[in-house]
Every structure is written in structure tokens, then in C-alpha cells.
Design a protein around this ligand. Structure first.
Ligand code: LER
Ligand code: MN
Length: 261
């Protein structure tokens, strides 16, 4: 198991400084936001990475458009943006690119009862699009990561089991899923059991407590991390949460808390 932190949570005025601090605190990786400027800065990022043992774990989102929009331009923008970021992920040695099929409510039409309802239409669209993205990921040597959220952030994929079914229907090794402890604390009946059941498809994890603060600051039971350890989970777990108090002290405390399981 490797531990990583989203770039905005690390103190420091530039990437090199953030990487130095993370190395010093004992973390293994950094998760970068897939903002458009990243594409033009790959050389600088690689140079900063050459000064440390900390790696880029993942690229998180950052593309425009939406995979499940009824508007062709939005879907095409999302496909193009994700494809681009898969190439960046390969160059940076990251596991892959985190994607959310859709935030909020469904915007596709309801064509039931004669044809498909909104969810069925979205599902079919998502399968086709993730096939396109999976083939691109294979060509460029990366992985498309599907992130389920929770009922307040999406109506679509809310559980590991839904994301795993989508991934199975897509049928490509380059389309995998991730688990986010904050979303799981809302949606999964038993976090440990869900992780165990879908471990073969999980290539990334986001960490936050029940209140979306650093692990140990809320009421989520993190003993399920033992299931990951025992199951041989070898990918990253990345902090995506608020940091109460002094960041250096809190990031150090959080890492030793996480390693205690
Ligand atoms: C949003 O709540 C979230 O968890 C992010 O990881 C989305 O990419
Ligand atoms: Mn997340």
C-alpha cells in the first residue's frame, strides 16, 4: 500500500517544494489535478520529480464537458480531455486518470416506456464511451479510473458494485474502478466487505473521514484498511480531505494513523 496526497493539501509554493515536504513526511505519492495547464508543464513536472522519490500517483479529473451530457459537444470535450490526460498520466508514470461519468442529476431524456429510461440510456452511453477510453488507455499505456460518488453528488454511480458492473460490461483491463472512503461512508453498507468483493478491480483509493476531514478526525472505522493490506492491495491511497490545524503536523499524524492498521 502506498500513500499519497492531493497537491493542493501540501504546503509549499511550488511542486518541487511540495514533493520535498511529502518525502520528508514519509508519503509515497502526490495526486495532481488534471487542469489544462498541466499538459504544457509536463517537462517541468518531470524535472521536479527527478529530485525526489515521491511519484505522481494519479491525475484527478480536470477535463471539461461531461460524458453523459445529451449535447454531443460536451461528450466530445470530455472524451478528448480524458484521452489527453491519459497520455499525460503515462508520461508522468501515474497509475491513470480519475473520471466521474456524471455529477448531479441526469440531463439525458427519458425515452421510456417505448425505449430506454434515463438511467438505461446513460448506462449504454457510459459503456460505449468507456470502451473508447479503455482502447485509448491501452494504446498510450494508462488506465481509466471510474469513481463512484454519493447520492448528494451524482444520481448515477454511487457504489463500488455499480462501478464494477460498468467496468465488467466494458470488458477491458484498462478500465478499472476506485473507492473513496467519504462516498463509501454514505453509500456502502459495509466498507470492508465491499472493498474485499471488488479488490481485483480497484486501482486507487481516496481517503477522508465521515466529515471529509483527515482520517481519524471523524467516525469512519478505518480498520477496513487491514482488508486491503491482507488482500495484497498494492496501489495508492490518496488523501482527499480537509486538513484541520497545522498541515505538517496533521499530515504526519495521519500517515502514522493509516499505517497503524
Ligand atoms: C468528488 O466528491 C470526488 O470525490 C472527487 O474525487 C471527484 O473526482
Ligand atoms: Mn474522491
Amino acid at each position: 500500500m502506498k500513500f499519497s496526497v492531493q497537491e493542493n493539501l501540501v504546503p509549499g509554493v511550488n511542486l518541487e517544494e511540495k514533493l520535498k515536504r511529502l518525502e520528508n513526511y514519509g508519503y509515497d505519492g502526490i495526486e495532481l489535478w488534471g487542469r489544462q495547464e498541466l499538459g504544457g508543464a509536463l517537462k517541468d513536472v518531470l524535472e521536479a520529480l527527478s529530485t525526489t522519490r515521491v511519484k505522481v500517483s494519479t491525475i484527478c479529473s480536470g477535463y471539461s464537458g461531461s460524458l453523459l451530457s445529451p449535447r454531443k459537444e460536451d461528450r466530445e470535450a470530455a472524451l478528448k480531455g480524458i484521452k489527453e490526460r491519459l497520455e499525460w498520466a503515462n508520461r508522468l508514470g501515474a497509475v491513470g486518470v480519475i473520471t466521474v461519468p456524471v455529477f448531479g442529476e441526469a440531463t439525458v431524456p427519458d425515452l421510456s416506456p417505448l425505449f430506454k429510461d434515463k438511467f438505461e440510456l446513460e448506462w449504454k452511453l457510459a459503456v460505449e464511451e468507456y470502451r473508447i477510453l479503455g482502447r485509448h488507455a491501452k494504446d498510450v499505456g494508462s488506465i481509466v479510473i471510474v469513481e463512484p460518488l454519493n447520492r448528494y453528488e451524482t444520481h448515477f454511480l454511487k457504489t463500488l458494485s455499480q462501478a464494477a458492473s460498468l467496468c465488467e460490461e466494458v470488458g477491458l483491463d484498462e478500465v478499472r474502478i476506485m473507492a473513496d472512503y467519504f462516498h463509501m461512508s454514505i453509500e456502502e453498507a459495509d466498507i470492508g466487505l465491499s472493498l474485499k468483493k471488488h479488490l481485483d478491480k480497484i486501482v486507487h483509493i481516496h481517503l477522508a473521514d465521515s466529515n471529509r476531514l483527515t482520517p481519524g478526525r471523524g467516525h469512519t472505522d478505518f480498520s477496513s484498511l487491514r482488508i486491503l493490506r491482507e488482500g495484497g492491495y498494492k496501489h495508492y491511497l490518496t488523501l482527499e480531505c480537509g486538513i484541520p490545524g497545522e498541515p505538517e503536523e496533521e499530515l504526519r499524524r495521519t500517515l502514522s494513523f493509516l499505517k497503524s492498521f
